[in-house]
Ligand binder design. Sequence first.
Ligand code: NAP
Ligand code: HSE
Length: 430
Amino acid sequence: MNDPIRVGLAGLGTVGGGVAKVLHDQARALSWRAGRDIRITAVSARDARKDRVVDLAHVPFEADALALAERDDVDVVVELVGGEEGIARALVERALRGRKHVVTANKALLARHGGALAALAERHGVGLKFEAAICGGIPIVKALREGLISYDLSAVRGILNGTCNFILTQMEATRQPFAEVLAEAQRLGYAEADPTLDIGGGDTAHKLTLLTSLAFGTAPDLDGVRLTGIDRIAPADIAFAGEFGYRIKLLGVARRTPNGIEQLVNPAMVPASTPLADVESSFNAVAADAGEAGPFFFQGRGAGRGPTASAVVADLVDVARGALGPAFGRPAAELSTPRRESAEARMSAYYLRFQVLDVPGVMAEISRHLANELVSIESMIQRGRAPGEPVAIVMITHEAQHVAVLRALQAIGASGRVVEQPCMIPMEAA
Ligand code: NAP
Ligand code: HSE
C-alpha cells in the first residue's frame, strides 16, 4: 500500500464536519478505493472548542487556517470555509503556490477566480477539484469533464439551488409563508451563510458560471449571468402556475447561440409534465442538450451534509489516486473568453401578474401598453372581487422580445390603478 495522503481540513461546519465523519466512518472502504489511506492530519475552524459531528480532539488544530498550507504533513488542503474572498481565497492560493492539491466546495470563489486558480494549479503541478461546488451529490463535474467529453453541448440548464427548490416546493405543498420555509431550509443545512445568495439567485449564478465553463470551454464569466431571484414570487403566482399547468422553478440556463453564450438565472414557468418540473424539495437537476447525441438528465440531492461531503470525498479519492487533470477539463490557457449574447436578442413567452384596482378601464389600459410594445396575449385570468380591494389580472403572452415586455411593464407599473410592481416570469419551453 502507498503512503497515506494527508489532508488539512479547513472548515468543520455542515460540509467540513460531514467530510471528517465520512473519512472516519468509511476509512477502510476509502483506503481500498484510493489505493492508500486518506488521513486528516490538521484541521482549522473559528472555534476550537465547538463540538463536532466526529471527535477530532487528537488532530492538531490550527487557529489560523493559512497555516494548513505551510504544514509539511499536509498534501491536500480541503477548503470548506466559504466566501468569494477573505480566508478562503488566501488559503487556496497559498496552498496551490505551496504545491498542495486543493479540494473545495466553494462555488463563489471559483465563479469569480476559477480561471486564475486553475492556471495557478497548473503552474505548480497540482490538482484543483470542485465536484461539491455544483449540485452537491450529483457528479456533474465529472460527467461534463470526462463522461460527456466527446459531445458538443449546445445548452445546459438546471435546478441548481436546493434552498430555492425546497422553498418553492414547500410553498406549493403547504401554503406556508416564504419566511417560515426559508428558516426550515436553514435548519436543514441547505442555505448559505448569507441566505440572500440563495433566494436572490447568486448561488445559482455561481454554479451556472462553472457549468458553462465545463460545458463550453469558456473562462468563468460570473458578470455575464443575467440574474433574477425568487424573492418576489408570491403564493398567488405558485397557485396560478398550477392552474395553467406549470410549476415555478428557479432555473440556471446556459446556451450557445450564434451570437455568443447566454447565461440566465431566473424563476421560470416549467410545464408540469416535464422532468425538471418533477424535481422536488432540495433535489437539484441538470439537463444537457448534446445535439444529435440527445438529451441527458441528472438528478440528485444538491445540498446538505451527506451529499456534499460525499462529493468532496470523491475528489479526495481522485487526488489520492493521482487522477488530477486541468480543473475545467482543458488547460487554463485554452479557456476562451466568452462573447456575451445581447439582452435585446432574448425572446420568450411570459407569465404576467398585475395587482390592480377593480375599476372600469384598467384592463384596457394594460392591454394598450402591451400592444404598444407588440406584446400579444395568449390567455388571461382575472380573480377575486372584494369591493375596494385590489384584484389579480394574470396573463400569458405569446413569444415576445424581453426588452419590449420590460418597457410595457414599466409603463403599466406607473399607472395609478396598478397597486404593486407587476410580476414577470418567463415560460420555459416543454
Ligand atoms: P458552515 O456550516 O457555515 O461552515 C463553515 C466553517 O468554516 C465552520 O466550521 C467555521 O468555523 C469555519 N470558518 C469560518 N471562518 C473561518 C476562518 N476564518 N478560519 C477557519 N475556519 C473558519 O458552511 P458550510 O455549509 O459547511 O459550507 C462550506 C462551503 O461549502 C461553502 O463554500 C459553501 O458554499 C459550500 N457548500 C455548502 C453546501 C451545503 O449544503 N451546506 C453545499 C455545497 C457547497 P466554526 O464551525 O468554528 O464556526
Ligand atoms: N445553499 C446551496 C443550496 C448549498 O441551497 O443549494 C448547495 O450549494
